[in-house]
Ligand binder design. Sequence first.
Ligand SMILES: Cc1ncc(C[n+]2csc(CCOP(=O)(O)OP(=O)(O)O)c2C)c(N)n1
Ligand SMILES: [Mg+2]
Length: 253
Amino acid sequence: MQMGLERDQVMLVSGIGCHGKIVNYVNVNGFHGIHGRVLPLATGIELANPSLTVVGFAGDADQYDEGWGHFSHALRRNIDITLIVHNNMVLGLTTGQTTATSQRGFKTKSTPFGSIPPMLNPIAHALVSNGTFVARGFAGDVKHLTSLIVEAINHKGFALVDVFQPCVTFNYLNTYDWFTKRVYKLEEKGHDYTDRQKALEKSFEWGNRIPIGIFFKEEKRTYRDSLPHLKGMPLTKMPVDDVNIIPLLKSMM
Ligand SMILES: Cc1ncc(C[n+]2csc(CCOP(=O)(O)OP(=O)(O)O)c2C)c(N)n1
Ligand SMILES: [Mg+2]
C-alpha cells in the first residue's frame, strides 16, 4: 500500500517452510509453490505477465540448499523480481536441522557434533553472480527492513534481500539478542553501494560486527529487455486460438 500498488498487481510466491505461509497472511495474489522452486516459478510469472510485481519468499534451506542451483542463474539473468530470504539459519518447519547458512559447530538433533562445513555466504555469491541489488536486513529492525524491501521492489531487475529472521524455537545460537549486539548499518558507515569490490569485502564481515543494509546496487538491462518477442505484448495477452504447432512438431520428427 505504501508503494501505491493495487492488491491484484502484486504476486507473492513462496516455497516450503515456516516462511511459506506468508502467502496466506498477505491479502494479494499468492502462489505457494514447492520446496526450492521459488525462483523458477517467480521467473515464469514475471516473463509471462510483466504487469505484475513479483515478490518471492524463500527459507534459507529452501533457497540456499534445495533451490541453490536457481540462485546464481536468476541473478545473472537479472530477472525483474524481488527475492526475500527468511534466513533463520536452520530448518524450522522440520524441527531444527542445519542448513547451508548454519554456523559451523551449530549442534542439532541430527548433527550432535555440530555443523561441519563452513557457512555459505549468500551475499558474496549474489555479488559474484552479477547481482544488481544485493541487501541484507534484520527482522529486529522492522523500519529499516521495510525501507530495504521498498527499495528492492522499486529496483528494476533482480533484487535480493537476505533477512536475519531468528527462529525462536530451534535456533538457540543466532537469537534476536545475538544479532542485536552485532548488526550495524552500512549506510551509517559511509559504505559506497556502487562499488562491487567494496561490497564484496563487506560481505565477508562476520563475527562481532555484521553489516546490514544495501551492499550493492546498479541499473542494468533485465532479461526481459533482451527478449525482442516479449516487447509490446505480454505472453498472457497473446492470442493462442490460431496457433498451429503441428508443422513445428513434424519438423522435429
Ligand atoms: C522436495 C522436498 N524436500 C524436502 C521437504 C521437507 N521440508 C519441509 S520444510 C523444509 C525446509 C524448511 O527450512 P527452511 O527452508 O529454512 O524454512 P523455515 O521452515 O526455516 O522457514 C524441508 C526440507 C519438502 N517438503 N519437499
Ligand atoms: Mg530456515
